[in-house]
Design a protein around this ligand. Structure first.
Ligand SMILES: Cc1ncc(COP(=O)(O)O)c(C=O)c1O
Length: 386
């Protein structure tokens, strides 16, 4: 049996062959397996590879290498940033601002902090899925210590005005955290001109390995974070634990590839999106969710009247791998909190599917997928009538 066509790149991407090649020596070479913290030559070789990788990633992000620490991914980085600020600055204030369309790694962290006496404002986006700067500014009180807004939404692909928000918050006595899990490696990020204080990244969203990510901690406002894990003192004591050299090297290669392919990947996705929409917008009762003016082309969120997303995804599961929204919600099909927050209801809410594509998706695959979806919609609607 052949594999279904993979259209769930926002959940995770296949690892690039170049990334695998760069990681292999750190898994198989008998001189390169050392603990990067060790003082002997084995440790030194691994340590050098880790620091070279840190420098490479910092170059892509336009920040200093010492402003980056390695974590297991964006979930951990988001937890460390938000809980780390909350516990370090709780005497300054107990108010956090975020948005209702964040990933659960931010939302559930904030929910947890509410049980610890913090107050959280969850801003709703407009009907295009955009967070409005004035809403953030109006929500700030003397107690606000942190604003956390994602750069690209994982369900709609909508890009938030992070640069504008960062400029507006830069002189305020609070910190600005950005969840860049869906944007790092897909759009250029210049931290030397964008005054973000903390930023979470994850390698497996852009052709790197799973289980590795990072947190950027700016030297500008120097946020002091309380660690959430305690141990051997690695990563300035903020994220102790033996560093996984092969994963870190893989993430750096993924960033190098991203740098090289940024506009090519973007244009490729834009063309594929156009081909898919040429087919699917012909179907009656279809809606494209999320504003299209400021969106990454690799994520396409569509609703079909009278068709539940679960029936569609299950009916197509042998030929297409697509999702109903946030696949990170442990596979459960439930109405999307993102679309709900955008004011979407009824069929449009329960019928939404997310198609996400990337570097290795082909025009032939996208056309095949488009026709299969259109055909299945017709079949499911006919079935519902009989
Ligand atoms: C916006 C966003 N934040 C955080 C995460 C979690 O990332 P990780 O899998 O690296 O923990 C995801 C994964 O889907 C995401 O899309």
């Amino acid at each position: 049996m052949t594999n279904p066509i993979y259209l769930d790149y926002a959940a995770t991407t296949p690892i690039a062959p170049e990334v695998v090649d760069s990681m292999l020596p750190y898994l198989s070479n008998t001189a390169l397996f050392g603990n990067p913290s060790s003082l002997h030559s084995f440790g030194e070789k691994s340590g050098d590879a880790v620091e070279y990788a840190r420098k490479t990633i910092a170059e892509y992000l336009h920040c200093k290498a010492k402003e980056l620490i390695f974590t297991s991914g964006a979930t951990e980085s988001n937890n460390l940033a938000i809980k780390g600020i909350a516990s370090a600055y709780r005497n300054q204030g107990k108010h956090i601002i975020t948005s209702a369309i964040e990933h659960k790694a931010v939302l559930d962290t904030c929910k947890y902090l509410e049980t610890q006496g913090f107050e959280v404002t969850y801003l709703r986006p407009n009907n295009k899925g955009l967070i409005v700067l004035d809403d953030i500014l109006n929500a700030i009180t003397g107690e606000t210590i942190l604003v956390s807004i994602m750069q690209v939404n994982n369900e709609t692909g909508v890009i938030q005005p992070i640069g504008e928000i960062a400029q507006a918050l830069k002189d305020k006595p609070l910190f600005f955290h950005v969840d860049a899990a869906q944007s790092a490696g897909k759009i250029a990020i210049d931290l030397s001109t964008t005054p973000i204080d903390l930023m979470s990244i994850s390698a497996h969203k852009f052709y790197g390995p799973k289980g590795i990510g990072g947190l950027y901690i700016s030297k500008r406002k120097k946020p002091h974070l309380q660690p959430i894990v305690h141990g051997g003192g690695q990563e300035h004591g903020l994220r102790p634990g033996t560093l996984p050299t092969h994963q870190i090297v893989g993430m750096a290669t993924a960033f190098q590839l991203a740098q090289k392919n940024l506009s090519k990947d973007f244009e490729h996705c834009r063309q594929l999106k156009r081909s898919l929409l040429d087919i699917l917008l012909q179907v009656e009762g279809v809606t494209l969710n999320g504003g299209q003016e400021h969106a990454l082309p690799n994520i396409i969120n569509l609703s079909f009247d009278q068709v539940g997303s679960d029936s569609l995804i299950i009916a197509l599961r042998d030929s297409l791998a697509i999702s109903s929204g946030s696949a990170c919600n442990s596979g459960a099909i439930e109405a999307s909190h993102v679309l709900r927050a955008m004011g979407i209801e009824g069929d449009r809410l329960y019928g939404a599917i997310r198609i996400s594509l990337g570097r290795y998706t082909t025009e032939a695959e996208i056309k095949k997928a488009g026709h299969a979806i259109a055909e299945e919609i017709r079949r499911l609607r006919e079935l519902a009538l009989t």
